[in-house]
Design a protein around this ligand. Structure first.
Ligand code: THU
Length: 163
């Protein structure tokens, strides 16, 4: 990814990312601490790869999730989809930023299925913060992670197509 720049968690990088994406430093720090803490809630006995996610809603709430695996491997679910499933079923509708944390460096980025899942609920400008094991991060907008994406507005209204 040519635009993927690993940024450190020093105050200069953090405050520049916060001003670019209109987040407070506290919101950024909380996104990091909550996504990192959510790793501990993962159910990942097969991969042992802990992923935590945290979503900042427009009204300032944080909704967390972690990956949940399954003995039938493809049935497992990623942290991002667990977090968005929770957020949507709790009634949240607008989202300001997404954080994803893993124990590797450079940081992991959301898988293709998660990118599409996020696309359903977030503006294309929404920042996705990918934190590595030490809190260094890469941030990209959803539209950079999923260019030329297909979203809900592309579908004609139900009932408007011929049977
Ligand atoms: N995983 C996530 O939770 N999010 C991603 O975006 C990438 C992968 C999980 C799925 C599986 O439980 C483990 O990481 C290894 O692939």
């Amino acid at each position: 990814m040519s635009t993927a720049i690993l940024q450190s968690n020093n105050p200069t990088d953090v405050s520049s990312a916060c001003s670019t994406y209109s987040l407070t430093t506290l919101q950024f720090e909380t996104l990091h601490t909550r996504s990192a803490a959510a790793k501990a809630t993962a159910y990942c006995p097969y991969s042992r790869f802990h992923v935590g996610a945290s979503i900042l809603t427009e009204d300032g709430a944080f909704i967390d999730g972690a990956n949940v695996e399954n003995a039938s491997f493809p049935v497992g679910t990623c942290a991002e989809r667990v977090a968005f499933g929770k957020a949507i079923t709790e009634g949240h509708k607008k989202f300001k930023a997404v954080g994803v944390a893993t124990d590797i460096s450079p940081p992991a980025s959301p898988c293709g299925m998660c990118r599409q899942f996020i696309r359903e609920f977030c503006e294309l400008q929404t920042p996705i913060f990918m934190f590595d094991k030490d809190g260094a991060f890469v941030v990209m907008k959803l539209e950079q992670l999923l260019p030329l994406s297909f979203g809900p507005e592309a579908l004609p209204p139900p009932g408007s197509l011929p049977a």
